[in-house]
Ligand binder design. Structure first.
Ligand code: NDP
Length: 319
């Protein structure tokens, strides 16, 4: 007999997760795909899952003793929380421990985009400084901009706080205004886009946010407009963004996330007024370690106390 609970680990996850979990639990590793490839015997003993990315309903349906899903990352749009909630399965994510890293990256991407700093470094590395002279002046500057933050949650607020010393004006759009901030609130994204010249998106993927930054919002942002997206690629209508960047409807964009990762449209790669990152906003060793620890600590807390540390709102725990 074995008193250790069995935890399912689909595909790749931060090695610190499996290293720490294996000291306490039996782990079952399976390929991460649309269908769960597991023996009937293993399926019968799985009590929790530690996962990075997708966890569809058909996986949950295959595991009769499943109690908890610990998802790596703060965004858990890949986990079918409705199916989990219907079964009484608690889902946890990793909020807060990545706020500073993601906000830092958002500011870096904003500066890279308006000042073309990656292009300037490439100019130096390719020897063009010595052969051709100084890098061309960046047409844009952060000075005097009005920045609109789409989503003023845990991360959005850290972005806003970091923007204050840059002396830009700050406004935001959320469904409900925050009573604890002095920034100007816009109830609609279109209203925000009309008021600002710089838009930073840091909202979760939900039915409402899919395609929210469309041709109309980009037109409202205007010809000096800069779009930064560090939330989810699905928030932006990517073909509309490419068209707006080509036509000069907006001036520039900085993107960490894309509609169909890791595929990035060649049109975006070819455009000169775009700064691109491969979904690295939280991707430092210290921050990913903190996220890994929170995944493990959620599972340990669940099996020690019957309560997860950071359950998502869709799968509330009994009080
Ligand atoms: P929070 O839940 O703390 O904040 C979400 C914010 O979005 C809230 O202010 C919420 O306000 C707002 N929001 C939600 N829906 C809408 C809507 N339809 N229109 C306008 N505003 C909306 O989340 P976090 O700040 O912790 O994270 C945000 C997201 O960022 C994550 O879900 C994840 O997808 C993404 N992310 C990306 C990373 C990367 O690597 N690029 C890293 C980390 C996070 P209200 O409810 O009032 O509308």
């Amino acid at each position: 007999t074995n008193s250790r609970a069995t935890i399912l680990v689909p595909g790749r996850i931060n090695p610190r997760v499996t290293e720490r979990l294996s000291a306490r639990f039996d782990l079952v590793a399976v390929p991460h795909g649309p269908d769960l490839e597991i023996s009937a015997e293993d399926a019968e003993r799985i009590r929790a899952i530690a996962v990075s990315g997708a966890l569809p309903a058909n996986w949950i349906a295959r595991l009769p003793r499943l109690e908890m899903i610990a998802s790596f990352g703060v965004g858990y749009d890949g986990v079918d929380v409705r199916a989990a909630a219907a079964r009484g399965v608690v889902v946890s994510n990793t909020p807060d421990v990545l706020n500073d890293e993601v906000a830092d990256t958002a500011i870096a991407l904003l500066l890279n985009t308006v000042r073309q700093l990656p292009q300037a470094e490439t100019w130096l590395r390719n020897g063009r400084w010595a052969s051709e002279g100084p890098f061309p002046l960046s047409p844009l500057s952060l000075k005097g901009r009005h920045v609109g933050i789409h989503g003023l949650g845990r991360i959005g607020l850290e972005i806003a706080r970091r923007l204050e010393p840059f002396k830009v004006k700050i406004s935001y759009c959320t469904r409900r205004p925050r009573p604890d901030v002095g920034y100007c609130h816009f109830p609609t994204l279109l209203g925000l886009a009309e008021a600002v010249d710089t838009l930073i998106s840091i909202v979760p993927k939900t039915p409402e946010t899919i395609g929210a930054i469309d041709a109309e919002v980009l037109r409202a942002l205007g010809p000096r407009g800069v779009l930064i997206n560090v939330g989810r690629g699905t928030t932006v209508d990517e073909p509309a963004l490419i068209a707006a960047l080509k036509a000069g409807t907006i001036a520039a964009a900085g993107l960490d996330v894309f509609m169909n990762e890791p595929q990035v449209p060649q049109d975006l790669i070819d455009l000169p007024n775009v700064s691109l990152l491969p979904h690295v906003a939280s991707a430092s060793v210290p921050t990913r370690n903190a996220m890994a620890d929170l995944v493990v600590d959620n599972l340990i807390a669940w099996f020690d106390t019957g309560r997860a540390l950071t359950p998502v709102p869709e799968t509330p725990q009994k009080t």
